[in-house]
Ligand binder design. Structure first.
Ligand code: PLP
Length: 400
């Protein structure tokens, strides 16, 4: 059999992608599946982006780009950070990558030695621990309690730091919980970080514009400028601009880290597709009302889905303040049996039964480090969400 490197030993496939594949397979067999498994906006990309990419192609912008990003895109990102986040970066402090995911990969590859620890507040997006593990690192979950709004508490953070801690990952608005960190929450975290100068901080703000009820996301680097030489602020085109397939993410951070990450890209990818970069410039400069209108749509869907979930006996659901997921819990349903004879002994079993017996695909909380929960994406049409809620309500009511 083909040899696979030891660094891949025990490496899981992200459960998000596994669920989406299972849903696709059932659909191919003819089942009417509603998939709420993937975090993918259901809106088209901005027409400005599509036009600019096509124009760039026609104009011959088809050669290798500078590794760290096209000058026009880096300039647009500097401007974005300045006007939207209150952060001042030089163009050299900006890196463009193949999605926010590659930014995370670059950053961990550039800094993690075997045995180094990465603190990941749980629930967490699936890829941080997996990428850390790929680099020989160890992810250290810190529980953010549901009854505390899934926020990271300074004392919990402090207790998790060891001499081996290399990174703290701060992903707010959070995937999967939708939690955001208020200014005071961030100030308390910054205070802990000041006592531990060996830590890098990854502020993954990819959902920053998707915040509800007039709440505003605040960037850690803006409230703690004294920590700016250790904070990597991560963002991308995927979520706010519905540009998942373009594979454009970016970060602003300390020059030494950005240079190390650029070095990795120069040996791994030689940068990002020029047409996608041209489209990204246009999207960043397009009218912001489009983002506002998507945010309003997600908020309305969130309201309906959370209300439906809270109506299901045995299901709890915190109100997400941002992103486009709901993260209901169902501790009271553990041990029950489905009409198909499955025992719900975990959230993995719940998600499997929900898919096989009720034809709704969602991701078990185990993948995000907090059980028993499932993550439902509300980035789907109103009709799909309404039907998914009906099916799930029927499924929950049928448990015995
Ligand atoms: N960060 C978070 C929290 C995410 O949920 C995602 C995508 O699901 C990403 C980063 C990466 O997005 P992309 O690589 O598509 O830019």
């Amino acid at each position: 059999t083909a040899h696979v490197a030891m660094r891949l030993n025990g490496l899981p496939q992200p459960a998000t992608i596994a669920m989406a594949q299972r849903a696709r397979a059932l659909r191919a067999e003819g089942a009417d599946i509603i998939s709420l498994a993937l975090g993918e906006p259901d809106f088209p990309s901005p027409s400005e982006a599509v036009e600019a990419a096509a124009a760039a192609g026609r104009a011959g912008d088809t050669r290798y780009p500078p590794i760290a990003g096209q000058p026009a895109l880096r300039a647009a990102i500097v401007e974005k950070f300045r006007t939207q986040n209150g952060l001042d970066f030089l163009p050299e402090q900006i890196l463009v990558a193949n999605g926010g995911k590659q930014i995370i990969f670059d950053a961990f590859m550039a800094t993690i030695d075997p045995g180094d620890e990465v603190i990941v507040p749980a629930p967490y997006w699936v890829s941080y621990p997996i990428i850390a593990q790929m680099m020989g690192g160890v992810s250290v979950p810190v529980i953010c309690r549901e009854d505390d709004g899934f926020r990271l508490r300074a004392d919990a953070l402090r207790a998790a730091i060891t001499p081996r801690t290399r990174w703290l990952v701060l992903n707010f608005p959070n995937n999967p919980s939708g939690a955001i960190m208020e200014r005071a929450d961030l100030e308390a975290v910054a205070q802990v970080l000041r006592d531990h100068p060996q830590l890098w901080v990854m502020a993954d703000e990819i959902y920053e514009h998707l915040t509800f009820d007039d709440r505003k996301h605040v960037s850690l680097a803006a409230i703690a400028p004294d920590l700016g030489d250790r904070i990597l602020t991560v963002n991308g085109m995927a979520k706010a601009y519905a540009m998942t397939g373009w594979r454009v993410g970016f970060a602003g951070g300390p020059l030494s880290l950005i240079q190390a990450m650029t070095n990795i890209q120069s040996n791994a990818t030689s940068g990002v597709c020029t047409l996608a970069q041209a489209g990204s410039v246009a999207a960043l400069q397009s009218p912001f009302e489009r983002v506002v209108s998507m945010r309003q749509t997600y908020q309305a869907r969130r309201d309906r889905v959370v209300a439906a979930l809270r109506d299901m006996p045995g299901v709890t659901c915190a109100m997400p303040d941002g992103a486009f997921y709901a993260y209901p819990g169902f501790a009271a349903l553990i041990g029950k049996r489905t009409p198909g004879g499955r025992v719900i002994d975990s959230d993995v079993a719940f998600a499997e039964a929900l898919l096989e017996e009720a034809h709704v695909a969602a991701v078990p909380g185990a993948a995000f480090g907090m059980s028993p929960h499932i993550r439902l994406s509300v980035a789907a049409s109103d009709d799909q969400l309404a039907e998914a809620c009906r099916r799930m309500a029927r499924f929950v009511a049928s448990l015995d």
